[in-house]
Design a protein around this ligand. Sequence first.
Ligand SMILES: Nc1ncnc2c1ncn2[C@@H]1O[C@H](COP(=O)(O)OP(=O)(O)OP(=O)(O)O)[C@@H](O)[C@H]1O
Ligand SMILES: [Mg+2]
Length: 506
Amino acid sequence: MSAAVPALRLEGISKRFGAVQAITDMTFEVRRHEVVGLLGENGAGKSTLLKILVGLVEPDTGTMYRDGQQVRFRTVTAAADAGIGMVYQEQSLVPSLTVAENILLGCEGHGVNAGVFRWRKLRELAQAQLDKIGSNIPVRAVTSQLTFPQRQMVEIAKVLSIEERTAFDPVVLLDEPTSVLDGPDVAVLFEQIERLRERASVVLVSHRIEEVMAVADRIYVLRNGVVAAERRPTETTTDELRHLMIGREDTGSHFHAERQADCADTPRLEIVGLSSAHFHDVNITLRKGEVVGLAGVQGSGREELCRAIFGALKVDAGEIILDGEKVKARSPRGAVQVGIGYLPAERRTEGMIGTMSVAENMSLATVGTVCRGPVLDREREKRVVDDWIERLRIRTPSGSVPMRQLSGGNQQKVVLARWLMSGDLKVLLLDHPTRGLDVGAKSEVYALVRDLAANGVSLLVLCDGLDETIALGHRVIVMRDGEVSAEFAAVRDAKPRPDKIMEHML
Ligand SMILES: Nc1ncnc2c1ncn2[C@@H]1O[C@H](COP(=O)(O)OP(=O)(O)OP(=O)(O)O)[C@@H](O)[C@H]1O
Ligand SMILES: [Mg+2]
């Protein structure tokens, strides 16, 4: 096959969902042995484009070519037979199955003999995929017992199995594979992409522009369902890409550092000697209006600490004191009642109800503010909801569409709005609040964190990277192996250096 013939080519592709024109007359190409980066704001059409490539969504118009031959995939299996596989933004593993079963789901052909499962063969096949990515996740483990990043690695191993089932050079589509991964896991994934490049083509969607710049040969920027630009990393900059994505001037310092208000001395939330299976004797005091960035790697216990403060994880010892009073009801419901809010990292699985509308999802925590007496005030709810849709630039036809119709990033904005609109908030625990959000929305979240703090809300924030942690926090607290290992002041003019913090993380 001549190198000039692209592995995949789309011409004039359009796709509409009801009132939303997700993709308009798009032409897109993936060449052989090429890593293509795909950038764009939340709702720009990235996932829809990949779903068309993998046979999950049928386009309204347009033509598609695989190695120069016109094709039309009506199912994911048809695309897989043509060597195209995808790691989805929403994880797709079946929790009750083992790792091995999940990896081989959909391609049992090899391990099934006349309807009989050959378990040993299956496990060997699955192990071979995990070996490719150097993973030590046990193939017999039940998927629901794995951590979120581990499940993501299984998804990646699963898509790599496509290499063995096709005579084509595979095309691997990765929809935000790194958004739940940290340092070392991201490095493993990038090694895999480098390895794949020799035999396959890769399309990578990510909101981390630097990452895409580092790994891609060519980058497409999507905006409102059209290709706004095509660039090689060598001929562009992160600033230009950011600008192309949002289609307007960037606001400069998107951390809004100048808006950091001083916090009071009054303690607001006191965590005293808190211990559980995941952390030990943690003592942290959040002052009124203080933002504390909590740093740590996977296994440091910081996620679990947040869950425990919110009453969603059992503790063995210790107290939580809010405004001088012991918090007695240790449950999420009790936490919400006293003014503690929590944004989980796994918002798509834990944070939302897909069949309910955007408005209902937003109001879940705050029915109080949109009620008049005992009755839900629909007019008021609509005004408040519309206001947040505008502020966070949530891309949705209206507040009444079901949540599952929104793009991944826009769903996250809705769950975030739920807490931000709550009037009685005293403490807000944010687990990776900007994960999966585009640059514009990130900037808005940073501004909102500043505003909440200025209004006396105390925030404990687990960030996507150390830059974010340092920029947002008045203080940075580091956790390692379930214990607080260091603490740094981080007010405006005295920001700690990332490498100093890192020393206490590993
Ligand atoms: N099944 C669906 N029904 C209705 N609308 C949909 C559906 N899937 C996607 N859309 C809409 O199409 C548009 C593009 O969505 P898409 O998921 O492709 O965005 P994206 O670029 O992947 O965004 P994100 O960065 O948030 O993941 C959005 O406005 C979304 O709401
Ligand atoms: Mg998406």
